[in-house]
Ligand binder design. Structure first.
Ligand code: HEC
Length: 101
């Protein structure tokens, strides 16, 4: 069991260092690159597992924070995975995906 946890921690550390390379020092972007790209894609448009196009989301900041915390039918509830500060940061970062549109 401990070995499994150690392995997971090592993999997460390895991923973290890769992700921080392209996060531009933006904590929200770092969270996004670590936890969200798998389904939403770097630009928010991947739509894997029927994820909505985040660059076209019309949710308010508050709604996004709520949605990210609680998750959806396919999306995991991130309140159990990352801190409140990280949820806030990534919710703010989603606005940058819209500006690229
Ligand atoms: C396992 C795939 C998956 C991951 C990982 C994931 N999402 Fe989602 N997301 C979805 C799906 C699918 C939906 C649509 C609601 C549902 O059915 O769960 C969604 C919906 C959303 C919405 C609502 C958009 C709208 O306008 O309806 C937001 C905002 C969002 N995700 C942000 C995030 C953020 C931020 C992260 C990373 C912290 C993330 N998601 C990680 C799959 C994912």
């Amino acid at each position: 069991m401990n070995q499994v946890l150690l392995l997971i921690a090592t993999v997460m550390l390895a991923c973290g260092s890769v992700n921080s390379d392209n996060s531009d020092g933006n904590p929200g972007k770092e969270v996004y690159r670590t936890y969200c790209v798998a389904c939403h894609g770097a630009d928010g448009k991947l739509k894997l597992n029927e994820a909505p196009d985040l660059s076209r989301s019309e949710m308010t900041l508050e709604e996004r924070i709520n949605n990210i915390s609680k998750g959806g039918s396919m999306m995991p509830a991130f309140a159990e995975v990352i801190s409140e500060e990280q949820i806030q940061a990534v919710a703010v970062y989603l606005d940058e995906l819209k500006e690229q549109d």
